[in-house]
Design a protein around this ligand. Structure first.
Ligand code: MOS
Length: 741
């Protein structure tokens, strides 16, 4: 294959760096009106009165929408259940007077230009009937009492796995035991592209919606349900998405407000959120996890107990399975898990890059490091002693698992064998040096996807699917796989995605799209290849007359026999034979449930920190992330995904934390000056290694999704390195200097 497996540059790169790629707040529309959102200043209660008279008096203001004058919306909950909605009652923007969280939209001011809308929004007066709110998870700091008091998460697919053996007895009898509580704060998404929707009001009353989303068809169905519109009257587009990574899985409220305003005014409307308003959307749930590990003196695990309490809203029960990773990763006969929810007067929590693994594996891998110290073992040696070739929960082998090679290659590249195990034993001038490591694990999921290919006689192909490219490189891998399967130069492939009218695709998330859409391209191009062979066979004295579909490939614009490449017919000749100049096919690819194997990706992360002994400043000076994720489709875009994951992991370990003022129930650092994310100066050497991991059964190309695996394990490796450098164990993220000294 010419393109699969290479470092192909992004096919959309030129459009992105020249500004030709248009994002959701950019499309031009005639007579476009601009909306500015007014948000609530209380966390719980009711709107008593909204006075919009001052706003309406401003020159250029067109209208102010509130729950009292908005167009019709669906009653009840069901119309608002998007594809990713958890149990509970979804938030309905501008539906009624109920206030569920601080920062909730209560009005939309629409004006001829953005500045006028924003100014007029500042003049809207809202009076409230305030009710007492709860936003403080720390009041639930005592895990024991929360586990007793809170509701079980129920029977969702994210409920903890079934326990195995008798963990309680095994823990009591263990030769060496480590117990610890680990906490992660609320973290907010800060993609570069702000949330925005441009709704074009078409002359026939239909809506064409440019939205920032990870799933155009999810938003399309949601808008039709929430606003009771006919399916054919809404089209949603998101050809480019400036980062999302979980925040765009569910529709955000600005798309509802923009659509409501367009319907009310019969005019095109754009609504964009400010950075501050984005802190009124979903977030990675704060959580407290308690891990209890019991081991034999030889460093093999006897028991794991993993309990988690995670934050959600009062109206939806969002959660993921934090605890199950502990029972999956290492060989251990006795496990037990508990998961409870802490409902607060905040928006619903949501997915954020490797949801549940970034956090659950953080706690597990810090606890494993502490266990290694208690056992007097090297942390990597402990992992190898507990290595499992089988999925411990489903009790079956993996289709492939080359974590061993990740440990080996990662340790070698890092120089792990030169580590002095003694904390505070390594120095560089005035800085203490610490080396830590951790394991990462994520799922290799696949979802049903449809792909349409239009191949023309001149050797060009258009390949389309309603999936999104959230910056991960989907355009590029779709072009690579299509070029190889159709035997054409990559320049002859044009990829269309991010349009709800294209062949069906679920949201782009869970690291499942690359594997799914790539194999869907294999399916559709296979049908086209058979069709071309049938045409080629019709020629008099056809060199392919006795060749079966599986015995030909498409290469260099020709249908070529696998056994005898001299037997070939050009695509143009085959089409001419059939009297056609194009072939169009659309196929849906399903991935049958594989009961024999589990599918996961793995990684080994090694981190070096340097901690200034006097100032306490922590720098992550080196990270090596060795990843096993099947065959890598594109070494360049895949590397970028892992690099991004490492950077985010550094943010999780040292920087990111949403701070609430519980008196007001309000986010106090709702901006990227005070909500810290890593900047260039925080990032030093990062090395990404992909190990070989042939997988003959997962799918025809042997590929697994990757992206999310890049963040998993990073925070733990850094936390473990900080302990090694300083002798101080910080179990509450982020590890800021005040916690270290
Ligand atoms: Mo995924 S949580 O959409 O990165």
């Amino acid at each position: 294959m010419t393109y699969i497996g290479t470092a192909t540059s992004r096919v959309d790169g030129h459009a992105k760096v020249t500004g030709a790629a248009k994002y959701a707040a950019e499309p031009k529309a005639a007579d476009l009106a601009h909306g500015s959102v007014v948000t609530s200043t209380i966390a719980k209660g009711r709107v008593a009165r909204i006075d919009v008279s001052d706003a309406l008096r401003v020159d250029g203001v067109i209208d102010v929408l509130t729950h009292t004058n908005r167009p019709r919306m669906a009653d009840g909950d069901s119309g608002y259940k998007d594809d990713l909605a958890p149990d509970g009652s979804p938030f309905r923007p501008l539906y009624d007077d109920a206030i569920l969280f601080d920062g909730q939209p209560v009005a939309l001011v629409v004006a001829n230009d953005l500045e006028t809308a924003q100014f007029a929004a500042s003049l809207v007066q809202v009076d409230y009937h305030e009710e007492p709110h709860v936003t403080d998870m720390q009041r639930q700091r005592d895990v024991e009492s929360v586990l007793k008091a809170a509701a079980e998460p129920g029977s969702s697919p994210f409920a903890p796995p079934k326990p195995r053996g008798n963990a309680k007895a095994a823990l009591a009898a263990a030769a060496v035991r480590h117990q610890g509580e680990y906490s992660v704060p609320i973290e907010h998404h800060n993609p570069i592209e702000l949330y925005a929707s441009t709704v074009m009001y078409e002359p026939d009353g239909k809506l064409t919606v440019y939205d920032k989303t990870q799933g155009v068809q999810n938003v399309q169905r949601y808008l039709c349900g929430a606003l009771e519109l006919a399916p054919g009257s809404v089209r949603v587009l998101s050809p480019f998405t400036g980062g999302a990574f979980g925040s765009g899985l569910r529709p955000q409220y600005q798309v509802v407000l923009a659509a409501l305003a367009a319907l009310a005014l019969k005019r095109s409307v754009r609504v964009g959120l400010t950075r501050q308003q984005m802190y009124g959307l979903g977030y990675r749930p704060a959580m407290i996890q308690r891990i209890d590990l019991g081991a034999k003196a030889d460093g093999t695990l006897e028991a794991i107990s993993h309990d988690a309490v995670t934050v959600t809203s009062q109206y939806e029960h969002f959660y993921r399975q934090e605890t199950g990773w502990s029972g999956l990763l290492y060989r251990c006969p006795n496990t037990t898990y508990a998961h409870r929810l802490a409902p607060l007067d905040l928006p619903s929590s949501c997915d954020m890059r490797a949801p549940s693994a970034a956090t659950g594996v953080y706690a597990l891998e810090c606890a494993m490091d502490e266990l290694a110290v208690a056992l007097g073992l090297d942390p990597l040696d402990l992992r190898l002693r507990c290595y499992s070739d089988r999925d411990q929960i489903a009790d079956r082998p993996y289709s492939s698992k080359n974590l061993r090679e990740c440990y080996h290659r990662g340790a070698e590249a890092f120089g792990w064998d030169k580590r002095n195990p003694e904390p505070r034993s390594m120095r560089d001038g005035s800085e203490l040096v610490g080396w830590g490591m951790a394991t990462g694990v994520w799922e290799a999921l696949q979802v049903p996807v449809a792909v349409r290919i239009v191949l023309t006689a001149n050797g060009h192909a258009e390949v389309s699917c309603a999936t999104s490219d959230i910056g991960t490189g989907t355009y590029t891998i779709m072009a690579q796989v299509s070029a190889d399967m159709l035997g054409l130069p990559i320049e002859n492939i044009s990829v269309k995605l991010g349009d709800s009218t294209l062949p069906q695709s679920p949201v782009e998330g869970g690291s499942w799209i690359a594997a799914s859409v790539a194999n869907a391209i294999v399916t559709t191009s296979g049908v086209i290849r058979s069709e071309l062979l049938n045409l080629a066979k019709k020629a008099p004295n056809s060199p392919l007359s006795d060749v079966e579909p599986d015995d030909v490939r498409l290469a260099d614009g020709k249908i070529v026999g696998n056994k005898d490449p001299a037997r070939a017919v050009s695509i143009a000749d085959a089409m001419r034979q059939g009297g056609i100049d194009r072939i169009e096919r659309e196929e849906t690819t399903h991935f049958p449930k594989n009961e024999a194997h589990s599918h996961n990706t793995h990684s080994a992360v090694f981190a070096e920190v340097k901690v200034d002994e006097e100032l306490g400043v922590i720098r992550v000076t080196r990270v090596v992330n060795a990843v096993a994720a099947g065959r890598i489709l594109n070494t360049k875009t895949a590397s970028s995904q892992i690099l991004g994951g490492v950077v985010w992991g550094i943010g999780m370990a040292l920087h990111e934390e949403t701070l609430l003022d519980h008196t007001f129930g309000r986010v106090m650092n709702a901006n990227i000056a005070e909500y810290h994310v890593p900047v260039n100066a925080d990032i030093h050497d990062v090395e990404v290694i992909f190990v070989d991991e042939p997988d003959g059964t997962i799918n025809r190309l042997g590929i697994k999704g990757l992206g999310e695996i890049g963040i998993v394990g990073v925070a733990a490796a850094i936390a473990n390195a900080v302990h090694h450098a300083t002798g101080k164990r910080v179990r509450d993220l982020p590890i800021t200097l005040d916690k270290v000294f």
